[in-house]
Design a protein around this ligand. Structure first.
Ligand SMILES: Cc1ncc(COP(=O)(O)O)c(C=O)c1O
Length: 585
């Protein structure tokens, strides 16, 4: 279907149907994102990616359906599993619960972008003065108005960037550099995204001083604590609107008011907030605000920095070139990306109220199910939180092993796999969580296409893994299943509660040889894999040859990264402990 070019932009023509056909069945799938195929033709969609059965509509139509994809009973789009069934033999279905990392592109957005790309022959460089150039500039200005409307800004207050990372860099570096003659002190918080913290480190290298305020245990920055950090030479405060790990919403109204009273510029990173909670910069005392399209069902690689009119003179560019975007962000503007961003903002603005109500209800149901598993701690409890994020720490399980066992879920965790020591989330640590709980956290982030069926399946998967890992832990009451009640066994243990690794072997020895071997353990997936491999090799061994090689051999056999070798030493220690006990038998 070919549509007139300005369809999305002037809001008067074809409203992309977000994959929904006339009979109410949908043609697009969040699965397109899930399996990495950005835009494969779906039911009701022609090979060229346009909708084949869609009635015309209008983006700003009040009755616009809030979801795309196949509908389930609860009104949301269909699950990834549903879509995977359409293509037998393809990758296994994954339930996508990582909306805080990136959202699937809404099919209406994709369609707006495709229409724009198809027009490329008619659209020139938006900086050019000829007709094709002016056409492109027109598309961009219409999209700028849509982006601005999402946060109550004036279109000329929107500076397009490549995303929130660049917007944060522009604000966090650009304001202090432009105001260095007034002061060289910046205030931010310990739980900011790295896209704020790393530019802060850069500022320190340039001779600025940065104070990072601690959150309270709920994850909120107390405005009084922030006020105490302000100095006469403070030139910028940057505090995020919504935290990306726990979803806690900061009191930017109070923080901004403090800054305004002292003439300090205030920046907020709203990457996780825009399109998720109402934002109105006409009433919020915010001077600069970063956001990004790919967290609100738009494309990756395009974002914006809101710069309050009047704040422009306090901001220095970080790149130099063609003078675009009021001299703040040079480079040819990507028309189709910006058109997609505009369409996404328009949809988000329309769907915000109904979408948040639905997501809060889904999130609370998920939390009820997870809390019932026992030993579950809600991170950010007691603070206002964004509807789509639920961050939970689970007692008595190793975070990496928990996540590794949940391969059917696309989910984020507070632990970093494959590092020498699983780095616990600095955000959860700042909230006062101990290392174990910070490492054993899961961030469920849900959105427009999440269904209650998917969440029920996710909760069941977590229940299964928790049960398995907790039973395996030496801390659990459960005995070694195969050697239950066998008191004649040799036991060897290393590591212990609160440590990265805790290993316990139990061996039944008959006639000088190991007849049966079992283990219990708390540890990362590599440790567990090596344990299983070693335990299999113990059967039939005598005292003299009990230990089957060295930790270095095991690491090589099972491709364990060298930085994890230290963990395997505990396995060796436990076997030596078995030998000591064996000699005493
Ligand atoms: C709070 C926050 N700020 C900044 C970013 C970076 O955004 P982008 O991917 O658009 O650069 C993210 C994305 O992960 C985020 O969650």
């Amino acid at each position: 279907m070919t549509k007139s070019p300005g369809a999305i932009l002037d809001g008067a023509q074809h409203r992309p149907q977000r994959g929904e056909s006339q009979d109410g069945t949908s043609t697009k799938s969040p699965g397109a994102i899930l399996d990495g195929a950005q835009h494969r033709p779906q039911r009701g969609e022609s090979q060229d990616g346009t909708s084949t059965k869609s009635p015309p509509g209008n983006l700003s139509a009040a009755n616009a359906p809030p979801h795309s994809g196949p509908r389930s009973k609860d009104g949301a789009a269909g699950s990834a599993a549903e879509w995977a069934e359409e293509e037998p033999g393809k990758e296994p279905a994954v339930i996508y619960l990582d909306y805080a990392a990136t959202t699937p592109v809404d099919p209406a957005v994709a369609e707006a972008m495709v229409l724009s790309l198809r027009e490329e022959g008619r659209l020139g460089n938006p900086s050019s003065m000829h007709l094709p150039g002016r056409r492109a500039a027109g598309r961009i200005e219409a999209a700028r108005a849509q982006v601005a409307a999402l946060i109550g800004a004036a279109p000329e207050e929107i500076i397009f960037t490549s995303g929130a990372t660049e917007s944060n860099n522009l604000a966090v570096l650009g304001v202090p550099r432009a105001n260095a003659h007034r002061g060289r002190h910046v205030v931010s918080s310990r739980i900011e995204h790295k896209a704020v913290l790393d530019p802060c480190k850069r500022l320190e290298k340039e001779g600025f001083t940065v104070t990072l305020v601690h959150p309270d245990r709920t994850g909120r920055i107390d405005p009084l604590a922030l006020a105490a950090a302000l100095r006469a030479d403070t030139v910028l405060v940057s505090v995020m609107l919504v935290n990306n790990e726990v979803g806690v919403i900061q009191d930017v109204e109070a923080i901004g008011a403090l800054c305004r009273a002292r003439g300090i510029l205030f920046h907020t990173d709203a990457a996780q907030a825009a399109g998720k909670i109402p934002i109105d910069v006409r009433v919020l005392p915010v001077d600069l605000m970063s956001f990004t399209a790919h967290k609100l069902y738009g494309p990756m690689g395009i974002g914006a920095l809101y710069v309050r009119s009047g704040a422009r003179s306090h901001l220095q560019p970080i790149m130099f070139g063609g003078g675009q975007e009021r001299g703040l962000r040079p480079g040819t503007l990507p028309t189709h990306q910006i058109v997609g961003f505009g369409a996404a903002c328009e949809l988000a603005r329309q769907a915000l109220a109904s979408e948040s109500a639905r997501l809060i209800s889904l999130r609370e149901r998920l939390w009820t199910e997870l809390a019932a598993l026992g030993g579950a701690h809600l991170n950010g409890e007691g603070a206002p939180r964004v509807p789509g994020i639920l961050n939970v720490s689970f007692e008595d399980v190793q975070g990496e092993s928990l996540v590794a066992g949940l391969s059917e879920l696309a989910i984020s965790t507070g632990s970093a796999c494959n590092s020498a020591s699983a780095e616990p989330s600095y955000v959860l640590r700042a909230l006062g969580r101990d290392i174990e709980l910070a490492q054993s956290s899961l961030r469920f982030s849900i959105g427009r296409f999440t269904t209650s069926t998917e969440l029920a399946a996710a909760a069941a998967a977590v229940r299964r893994e928790l049960k398995r890992l907790r039973a395996l832990s030496p801390a659990s009451e459960a005995t070694h299943p195969d050697l239950e009640g066998d008191e004649s066994c040799v036991v060897g243990e290393a590591g212990g509660p609160g440590q990265e690794v805790w290993v316990q072997f139990k061996l039944r020895v008959r006639d000088g040889l190991v007849e049966k071997a079992s283990f219990k353990a708390f540890g990362c997936p590599h440790t567990l894999a090596v344990l299983g491999w070693v335990a299999d090799r113990l059967v039939g061994r005598s005292y003299a040859e009990l230990v089957p090689g060295t930790p270095a051999d095991w690491a090589q056999q099972l491709a364990v990264p060298v930085e994890k070798l230290g963990r395997l030493l505990k396995i060796e220690d436990a076997l030596h402990e078995c030998l000591r006990n064996w000699s005493e038998v």
